[in-house]
Design a protein around this ligand. Structure first.
Ligand SMILES: [Zn+2]
Length: 248
C-alpha cells in the first residue's frame, strides 16, 4: 500500500492485525511451485514508453503528487505485456495526468498488498471492483490514479494499474524508477492463493527481464519503509523466493 496517506474516506491502508496467526504450512506448499525460477531469454532490455511531457521537479512522495503538465492518458494496455488485462477493463474513471510525473527508467520493483479487509473474490468482476475502489480512494487523496502499476488478483490475473508512462505512488520518497505491484488482499489476515503467487512470480520475472532489474532490487514495501505491507505471509514468501532463486 502507499504509506502516509492524507485522510480520506475508507482508504485502503495497511491493516496490520497482530492477532492474525501466520500459517507456515501454506508458505511451504507455495514454495513448492517456485522451483522453476525465472525463464531465461527474457533479458532483452526495453525502454519505457516515451515521456508524456517534460520533466519537472519530482514531488517528495505519493502524498505530494503534484501537477506538472497536462497530457493525454494512455488507454491501451502496455504493448510489451500482452497478457496484462487493460486498465480499461476495470477503471470507471480516467487518470489525471496533471497530478503525476512521468516515469523514469525502471531500477526497482516493489511488491505490496492492498491492506484492506481480506479479499476472497476469485472472479474478474470482484477484482475489477476492488481495483476501482483503490483507484477512487487514491484519487480522493489527490493522486492522479491508482498508485500501483500492476495488480495481481487471486485467480492469477495480472491487471494494468497506473499507466507505465507515469511514476507510481506506492513508496513515499522512492517512487522514482520504481514499479509498484499490488497483490489484492490483506496478507496479515489471509494468504495469497497459489495462482496469485505464480502470477506474481511470472510477472516479476517478466519485468526483471524487460527492464534489466537485478534481484537485489526486487523489494517489498516494508524493505523501504516502516510498514506492515505486504503483510506477513507475502513478506515471508518474497524473502524465501528471492533466496531460493525463484526470481532468477
Ligand atoms: Zn505497500
Amino acid at each position: 500500500m502507499p504509506e502516509r496517506p492524507k485522510p480520506a474516506p475508507a482508504p485502503p491502508v495497511d491493516a496490520s492485525d497482530p492477532q492474525a496467526a501466520s500459517r507456515r504450512g501454506f508458505l511451504l506448499s507455495g514454495l513448492g511451485l517456485l522451483l522453476a525460477g525465472c525463464a531465461q531469454g527474457q533479458r532483452a532490455a526495453r525502454a519505457l514508453p516515451g515521456p508524456a511531457w517534460d520533466a519537472r521537479p519530482v514531488p517528495a512522495g505519493p502524498a505530494q503528487e503534484q501537477a506538472v503538465a497536462a497530457a493525454p492518458a494512455p488507454a491501451a494496455a502496455p504493448q510489451q505485456f500482452p497478457d496484462v488485462l487493460a486498465r480499461s477493463r476495470w477503471a470507471t474513471g480516467r487518470p489525471i495526468p496533471g497530478r503525476m510525473n512521468r516515469m523514469l527508467p525502471v531500477q526497482y520493483i516493489t511488491v505490496h498488498h492492498d491492506g484492506m479487509d481480506p479479499f476472497t473474490g476469485d472472479d474478474a468482476e470482484a477484482a475489477a471492483a476492488r481495483l476501482d475502489a483503490i483507484r477512487r480512494a487514491h484519487q480522493r487523496r489527490g493522486w492522479g490514479d491508482i498508485g500501483y502499476h500492476f495488480a495481481v488478483d487471486r485467480a492469477g490475473n495480472v491487471w494494468e494499474g497506473r499507466p507505465l508512462t507515469y511514476q507510481g505512488a506506492h513508496v513515499k520518497d522512492y517512487n522514482e524508477n520504481n514499479l509498484g505491484i499490488v497483490c489484492l488482499g490483506n496478507f496479515d489476515r489471509q494468504h495469497p492463493t497459489e495462482a496469485q503467487l505464480a502470477a506474481l512470480r511470472r510477472h516479476v520475472c517478466l519485468l526483471m527481464g524487460t527492464y534489466s532489474v537485478r534481484i537485489t532490487r526486487v523489494r517489498t514495501h516494508q524493505e523501504w519503509a516502516p510498514t506492515a505491507c505486504p503483510g506477513r505471509s507475502l513478506q515471508r514468501y518474497m524473502v524465501s523466493a528471492r533466496s531460493t532463486g525463484t526470481f532468477g
